[in-house]
Design a protein around this ligand. Sequence first.
Ligand code: PLP
Length: 544
Amino acid sequence: MDDVSTGVSTVAGRPAAGASMPGDVSAGDVSRIAERLMHEALAAAADASLGGMPAQPQAVPAMPAVMPAPPVGLPPSFAPPAAPVGPAAAPPTDLSGLRTFIGRIRGLDHRQLPPVLGAAAPSSGPHAIGGGAGGLSPAGFFDVEAVRRDFPILREKVHGRPLAWFDNAATTQKPQAVIDALSAFYAHDNSNIHRGAHSLAARATDAYERARRIVADFLGAAGPDEIIFVRGCTEGINLVANVCGAGLGGGDEIVLTELEHHANIVPWQMVAERTGAVIRVAPIDDRGEVILEAYERLLGPRTRIVSLSHASNSLGTILPVELMTRLAKARGARVVVDGAQSVSHFPVNVAAIGADFYVFSGHKIFGPTGIGAVHATMESQRSLPPWQGGGNMIRDVTFARTTYADPPAKFEAGTPNIADAIGLGAALEYVTGLGRERVAAYEHGLLEHATARLAAIDGLRLVGTAAHKVGVLSFVLPGRDPLEIGRLLDREGIAVRAGHHCAQPSLRHFGLEATVRPSLAIYNTRDEIDRLADVVGRIARGRL
Ligand SMILES: Cc1ncc(COP(=O)(O)O)c(C=O)c1O
């Protein structure tokens, strides 16, 4: 980066927006944990006085000695974490120990809090589900009610009913931590970055570059320089298509899949029109899974680029991107993975996937709109030309010649979306704090429940029944327009998407132009799914 002035991360003792506070736990975390512990201690005390049961730790279900296989539907690479060990793993044995225990928690980084903190919670009840068919997940208890309290919008009413937000594949709601990070930046640190010798420029630069490190860590990148900030997944794919497209010629092949979002089709068509390259499409089967043999047959000596989604936004299918990347790279192709629907649902490791580019949008993972990131290997960034030109991406400019900045600045022309990058960092820290394996396991439990409830409705046709899915359910009802179903659900306070979901080829495979698409996230509950299924059932029976 050119004339960066860094190193000032606090002024008047106050941390810059997004600056880390090592070893600290937010007030919200502490009160949540304290509330949970108080509840457990009181329950244990009541048990002891009523039935003579020991106050615990015997009441805590033991972690299985052998970890069960990952639940069906999670990507093959997903593995539940090992049982935690550590000083905070033992819950308090009585009320008098509670204060000491909370004191110990205050001293911990909340990202390292072990799952066992919640594992003593009751394993019955609508929200005490970690995943699978019920009970505690190997990934630990997931306190969805505490999560819900972090999202102020979930207290909204729509048409007099509590809002049930099932439009998460379109965009997710924002936790208070993200809202606070944005307003703190504008209230205290706002400045342009990478230029300027004053304190606010340094604080804003630090916070922006810190967000880049958070994204890199979140994706398992080799370092922050592998992260390019963009407006979102669409801009990221356009960037990649333009820089890679520059090297294509007539007859070169670009391989896509039938599952792709329009954002991963149209930019390649534009490149193909300019260069004479040819687009080839790997088909899906009737469950919505890519037919791998057909995909492999498409790969040939002219394949230059393979671009595929990690998870489909219309059907929920999780693609075996590690395998597909390996096959493509064996033919010398560059690989692009569209992670718009994956990063918020299960742990993603770009190093393990091995693609050249991995792209996602912040707003689909509880961050702001207008920000996203491209993970690009250093080899790709060095070997490819820049896309947009302007300030920030240059080393030196004369009218005769311009030299470019080192990556990733080379791909970030102009003033970036500083505040929203910081907001994205806050969102990723929030998800990391919840435990990404726990999120995946919890959502998988919701997906199984929703699939069972919807499949039981007479006449309802579920579209997309792949073995490995994220929490996206597409369905149609005979004789009912999906848009009309969406409107009827809205009257009950239930938000779903109805339409083609910007993935027309994937729906046309099933002879459809539109479906109703509820999509799940960490704050959804089984009660909400039951509400959804009840209303859909009434619509199916002609009662609405
Ligand atoms: C799979 C997939 N790819 C790309 C996109 C485009 O994302 P954005 O509109 O945030 O750029 C979406 C959005 O729904 C998506 O679901």
